[in-house]
Write a protein that binds this ligand. Structure first.
Ligand code: SF4
Ligand code: SF4
Length: 405
């Protein structure tokens, strides 16, 4: 697609990047077939090709409207379109740029501004943990809509206290430590069983929440804060930076791109990305050792929901399923596994109707297979699916951690 960039963006790094991405799109429309919002709404402007066209118009100087903003807001940033696209269009990066411009040019209604601000500051605030614990204490009394966002409190188990020469950094995120602390404990226990010490950081957001709410400047501050906090561990020789939430992993793997023009941070961010590994990249080579550590149990029927941030964002596909199988589980096939569950960060709060439709469609596919447990790899998907599931929904590392003595 040829573009004539408007003066306001022509000579900026974002403009050049967006132009290069838009040029790659050949209008073929293959991506619409796998786009969840196009499938639900059937409107070209609620599919990737239509959104690319809207962004192209904005780049060329057409004034965006609230309707432009709505079509971009409805996008889940699931990036299924990137997986499908034969031309390598980096839609995720383009929509970030497009949304950033539209956010500056279109004023949101007051209610939306307040909701977005509350999410941006509330989810990443130090008060989130105490508020979550208070919500969990009175969970049964909460209205259904709120209860869906508050997972039941479960015993997290004990953090391993052995020290090992091999060390990996385990950055604690913003919401996971209070919503589901067992995920971090299980990660540390599995690493401990492999002779690796998980070095925790203080909880902090990876920047994804603010970034996807179009506050790119505030997100960048969080990114730099993390680089500063993690760098001493990098210098001390940690082997890897472990990600157990695929939504955070995909963001951290973008750090080098986000900081590429910052002379003080570019090289550090590049090194951090080189060290960053999702659990699905770290553990499969250790499958034999892990198998030897597991307690013998009767095989379980499990089904794995691959988060979009894992399969489309990080391009890690089929790996967890194979590992679970190697570890003795019966892994059931999942229909429409490429489709988003509707969680998508803050999307379930900001677009509740679409989000619910996608959740129910995903749960129907997952539960039709009649598994003993639904497994996934991202706290957002797990909480969202668990809010309406008839069977337990867990992180796969918790499932694995539960099999260690
Ligand atoms: S599949 Fe790729 S090239 Fe084809 S319309 Fe979609 S984004 Fe453009
Ligand atoms: S990111 Fe997902 S929702 Fe957005 S256009 Fe692509 S496929 Fe559709």
């Amino acid at each position: 697609m040829r573009t004539q960039l408007a003066d306001f963006i022509k000579d900026t790094p974002e403009g050049k990047e967006a132009e290069e991405i838009v040029r790659r799109c050949v209008h073929c429309g293959f991506c619409t077939a796998t786009c969840p919002t196009y499938q639900l709404l059937g409107d070209e402007l609620d599919g990737p090709r239509g959104r690319i066209y809207l962004i192209k118009q904005v780049l060329e100087g057409f004034e965006p409207t609230q309707s432009t903003q709505l079509h971009l807001d409805r996008c889940l940033t699931c990036r299924a379109c990137e997986t499908t696209c034969p031309s390598g269009v980096q839609y995720g990066r383009l929509v970030d740029i497009g949304r950033g411009i539209v956010e500056q040019k279109v004023e949101r209604p007051r209610g939306e501004q307040l909701a977005r601000s509350a999410l941006k500051h509330g989810l990443t605030s130090k008060l989130f943990g105490p508020a979550m614990r208070a919500g969990q204490a009175v969970r049964s009394l909460l209205p259904e809509s709120l209860r869906a966002k508050v997972p039941e409190r479960r015993d997290a188990g004990a953090w391993p206290n052995r020290s090992h020469a091999r060390k990996m950094l385990l950055p604690l995120g913003c919401v996971q430590p209070s919503m589901s602390p067992g995920i971090d404990v299980a990660t540390a226990r599995v690493l401990d069983a492999l002779g690796i010490e998980a070095v925790r950081t203080a909880p902090s957001c990876c920047g994804a929440i603010k970034h996807h709410l179009n506050d790119h400047a505030a997100a960048l501050l969080e990114v730099k804060r993390n680089v500063d906090a993690w760098w001493p561990h990098v210098e001390a020789g940690i082997e890897a930076i472990v990600m157990n939430a695929s939504g955070c992993g995909v963001m951290v793997k973008e750090y080098a791109h986000l900081l590429r023009h910052d002379p003080a941070y570019a090289a550090k961010a590049q090194r951090i990305v080189e060290l960053t590994r999702d659990l699905a990249e770290l553990l499969p080579p250790q499958a034999d050792v892990l198998m030897s550590k597991l307690q013998a149990r009767s095989p379980e029927r499990v089904i794995f929901h691959p988060p979009c941030t894992l399969q489309h964002g990080q391009k890690i596909r089929g790996v967890v399923e194979r590992l679970l199988q190697d570890l003795g589980a019966e892994v059931l096939p999942l229909a429409e596994s490429h489709l988003c569950c509707g969680s998508a960060g803050t999307y379930s709060v900001l677009q509740p109707e679409l989000s619910k439709q996608l959740r129910d469609r995903k749960l129907a596919a997952l539960q039709a297979a009649q598994p003993d447990v639904i497994l996934s790899a991202n706290i957002g998907c797990i909480t969202h699916l668990a809010s309406a599931a008839r069977i337990p929904v867990r992180h796969w590392i918790e499932w694995l951690g539960g099999k260690l003595p």
